[in-house]
Design a protein around this ligand. Structure first.
Ligand code: SAM
Length: 256
């Protein structure tokens, strides 16, 4: 598997890039790369690069850009998932990592009436996102916002605004059914904490124009619900891609 390096866009200049110290160390000391080796880098802002290492010494690893792509591995929609902060931060962090793999662009930690955790370690979250970005090979690093209250979150504009609700409710639509035929350029999906959303929060969301959605007949853990919702979007769009444009054709697509 080709290792993917994370190099911020400002480090690329005129087809040449010097790897940041931590990435240079990983390339030389851990992966034992030599001049002439080819590697892949992403810049977290939609840039994907095929590089050839040309300068490899104790202090510096420099590479020539051989190929660039834009938005490699990115879905054609913008999905923000608002997930309530969870009692066990490890569960929220599992969601962070999987959200990157599933093409989520923005993560919004929620403080709701029944949220029992308030603190959130943003720097740790960023490290998890970067590691997942490198592993899955997409090119845009999702944004993780500072925690917001439910009232703030339901003010966020989006073409499609959904609240995942596990209570059997006449107003809930199955998410898979709701996505069919949707041309949503951007969507916001909210998932509650272990104790769920309060009745008042559900009413506020409905009054703000949210659609209640069901993820099936079982009561899912919050982080599972968030992953099921993100997967539904990802799989729906995969199914929409023109069958002639197979993954491999797209994978080797290079800018003209
Ligand atoms: N309050 C619920 C209870 O105790 O019966 C459980 C809440 S569940 C652990 C956490 C969140 O996951 C919910 O607020 C909802 O957003 C989402 N969720 C879980 N299962 C779901 C389902 N089958 N359909 C839609 N959303 C679901």
């Amino acid at each position: 598997m080709t290792t993917t390096f994370y190099i911020p866009p400002e480090m690329f200049r005129d087809g040449w890039v010097v790897l940041p110290p931590d990435e240079a160390h990983h390339a030389v000391r851990v992966l034992r790369h030599r001049p002439g080796d080819e590697v892949v880098a992403v810049d977290g802002e939609g840039g994907w690069y095929r590089l050839r290492l040309e300068q490899v010494d104790r202090q510096t690893v420099g590479a020539r850009v051989l190929e660039t792509r834009r938005d490699h591995g990115e879905p054609p929609y913008h999905l923000t998932v608002g997930l309530a902060l969870l009692k066990q931060s490890a569960r929220f962090e599992t969601f962070l990592e999987k959200a990157v793999e599933l093409g989520v662009q923005c993560i919004l930690p929620l403080q709701t009436e029944r949220t029992e955790r308030v603190q959130f370690r943003l720097e740790r979250a960023q490290r998890i996102l970067v590691a997942a970005l490198k592993q899955c090979g997409r090119s845009r690093l999702p944004r993780v916002l500072p925690p917001q209250t439910f009232t703030e979150a339901i003010r966020k504009p989006a073409a499609l605004r959904l609240l995942c609700h596990e209570q059997p409710d006449a107003a809930s639509l199955p998410l898979g059914q709701l996505l069919c035929g949707q041309r949503m350029p951007n969507a916001l999906v909210l998932i509650g904490p272990e104790g769920g959303f309060s009745g008042s929060e559900v009413r506020q969301a409905l009054a703000a124009g949210f659609q209640l959605v069901s993820l099936g007949p079982r009561r899912l853990r919050a982080e599972t619900a968030a992953l099921v919702a993100a997967s539904a979007f990802s799989l729906y769009w995969e199914a929409q891609r023109s069958p002639t444009r197979s993954y491999h054709a797209q994978k080797h697509y290079t800018n003209p």
